[in-house]
Design a protein around this ligand. Structure first.
Ligand code: ATP
Ligand code: MG
Length: 170
């Protein structure tokens, strides 16, 4: 359906604020830093599926980071693309593993990952859903001071939107 991605993203992140927010009940606390534009970004997405993408990336950022770090979520729109970035200050991912983390069941350093629990499917699902939206996703990391995941989705102004605003553009 057609939604405002800005509002959608805030809604998803509000749920995580409650999970990792400044409450004494949580053993892990994080600050979610939002770098999100004010103006709406209307686009056609499957909100259930895109919710899963954000969920998996945020859960990883939390799972593979020590408490107290920042998780920075930024959103950027160009003429043709929407870029969503989720950056953590966690363990990082070694260069040699980066090409494989989107494979089914692949987990970095089994000993390290075992205690965290998980199946190694989260990122494979992320990749499939992003592909389904004609986008792409990748990870960047120096292997020790955190990881940045970038999701790129194609963007084109919607017809109705263009009409509504046409008179306001010089
Ligand atoms: P699942 O998501 O299925 O519960 P998982 O988290 O192990 O299990 P993926 O989400 O697919 O599986 O991630 C694959 C592997 O990539 C992880 O096991 C972990 O080693 C590494 N990884 C993913 N995200 C991060 C991150 N933000 N920081 C460090 N390592 C990460
Ligand atoms: Mg995961």
């Amino acid at each position: 359906e057609v939604i405002n991605f800005v509002a959608f993203l805030h809604f998803q992140l509000n749920r995580f604020d409650q999970i990792v927010g400044n409450s004494d009940e949580n053993d892990k606390q994080f600050k979610i830093v939002r770098q999100i534009p004010l103006q709406p970004i209307w686009m056609e997405i499957d909100t259930d599926k895109m919710g899963q993408v954000i969920d998996n990336l945020m859960n990883n950022a939390i799972k593979y980071s020590p408490a107290g770090g920042n998780i920075t979520v930024s959103l950027e729109q160009t003429k043709t693309q929407v870029l969503l970035r989720i950056a953590d200050e966690g363990l990082g991912i070694p260069k040699k593993d980066l090409p494989k983390i989107f494979d089914r069941f692949y987990r970095v350093d089994k000993a390290r990952s075992r205690e965290q629990g998980g199946t190694g499917l989260g990122l494979a699902i992320v990749r499939d859903i992003v592909k389904m939206h004609n986008g792409f996703v990748w990870a960047k990391s120096d292997g020790e001071t955190g990881t940045i995941f970038t999701v790129v989705l194609p963007y084109a102004p919607l017809e109705a939107e263009t009409d509504d605003w046409a008179g306001l553009v010089d």
